[in-house]
Write a protein that binds this ligand. Structure first.
Ligand SMILES: Nc1ncnc2c1ncn2[C@@H]1O[C@H](COP(=O)(O)OP(=O)(O)OP(=O)(O)O)[C@@H](O)[C@H]1O
Ligand SMILES: [Mg+2]
Length: 343
């Protein structure tokens, strides 16, 4: 069953020339540093959750972000949505700098960019019906009259394959399965026809049988509407089928970025290679597995090592080089970049 869906995902994946398209989302050397007070007598600690990342996403493109827990994926997604103001660097959306614009001026952006988060149990209001949940963004943005909104809610439910929509409209979230809830969350995000969607582990808490179907819903939508998608996941294998490009994050840094098949078939960074070895288990709990395969614990972003952030755990560590300075970002084959002294 899953294989059939995966085949469909692969077959449907067009390979548009993103290189010559205007990027919709541009992250320029963005940083998110959080200051923590450790105690009265102890100095402040700075958590470098995202530490200088440059990434562009074109219309119609899916970029997957992979990396261990704590590498900064969610923080980067939130910066791109301006849910977090970057400490440094710029975020451009459709050419406009939104990095430090006050919230009151972001209303139009809030309509054009949407998010789906990991946990469909936490993200839906249990006291609202499905119809109210999906309609709410339209009400907030004052779109359409009552009938028009009702029609759009039905369309959105149909698009996420909650069919027939009438059957779901008056239900409350507690009467839905995990997969159905996540579809409602996606319908809510899609009802505004966003140009940009951050999908932060959208299927990790969903039953296996719904996963491929939910990804297909997003894929269909992207193909119809040209949506740009930032897809955050632990599952590098799905990323290959679902994304055009894959970016690999480690401790707030992007260490590798390239076309999805190239990153999987020709992983350049030693960290990417280890991540790929950690993958075979299609299980939401594979965080534990990653830990057991990649030597050492990821260091804390409150205390990042000098030089290449991965050097303390790297099987290819070269003394005198890797810890001395950060490696440069190099293009090794067309569109395939890595930051590593091996190249
Ligand atoms: N508001 C905050 N204040 C302090 N530290 C934070 C804050 N937000 C995130 N962090 C820290 O920044 C680091 C990156 O967190 P983030 O949630 O972005 O990682 P992630 O890659 O999404 O991890 P996961 O795969 O577990 O979702 C973590 O060490 C986290 O504890
Ligand atoms: Mg996260």
């Amino acid at each position: 069953m899953a294989t059939t869906h995966e085949d469909t995902l692969t077959a449907e994946r067009a390979e548009p020339a993103f290189g010559d398209r205007e990027p919709l989302v541009q992250l320029q050397d963005v940083k998110a540093h959080f200051t923590l007070r450790r105690g009265i007598f102890v100095s402040k600690a700075v958590v470098k959750a995202v530490d200088g990342i440059t990434l562009e996403i074109a219309r119609g493109e899916t970029v997957a972000l992979v990396g261990e827990s704590g590498s900064g994926k969610t923080t980067l997604g939130r910066i791109s949505l301006r849910l977090i103001e970057p400490t440094e660097g710029r975020v451009l959306f459709d050419g406009q700098d939104i990095s430090h614009v006050p919230e009151g001026q972001l209303l139009r952006f809030r309509r054009r960019a949407q998010a789906v988060f990991q946990d469909p149990y936490a993200s839906l209001n249990n006291y609202m019906t499905v119809a109210q949940i999906v309609e709410e963004p339209l009400v907030i943005h004052k779109i359409g009259n009552r009938e028009e909104r009702a029609a759009r809610v039905r369309e959105a439910l149909d698009a996420v394959r909650l069919r027939p929509p009438e059957e779901f409209l008056s239900r409350f979230p507690h009467r839905l399965s995990g997969g159905q809830r996540q579809r409602v969350a996606i319908a809510r995000a899609l009802v505004l026809d966003p140009e940009y969607l951050v999908a932060d582990e959208p299927v990790s808490m969903v039953d296996a049988s719904s996963r491929a179907e939910i990804l297909l819903v997003l894929k269909d939508r992207q193909e119809d509407a040209g949506t740009a998608i930032l897809y955050i996941t632990h599952d590098i294998a799905t990323a290959r089928h679902f994304a055009h490009r894959i970016g690999v994050m480690y401790l707030g840094h992007l260490v590798e970025l390239g076309p999805a098949d190239r990153v999987i078939d020709n992983p350049l960074h030693p960290y990417t290679r280890l991540l790929l070895e950690a993958v075979p288990e299609p299980d939401p709990q594979n965080r534990l597995k990653e830990r057991s395969i990649i030597p050492g614990e990821p260091p804390s972003p409150a205390n990042t090592p000098p030089g290449c952030p991965f050097h303390p755990r790297c099987p290819e560590f070269m003394k005198g080089t890797c810890e001395a300075a950060e490696p440069e970002w190099k293009e090794i084959e067309p569109g395939h970049f890595v930051a590593c002294y091996l190249y």
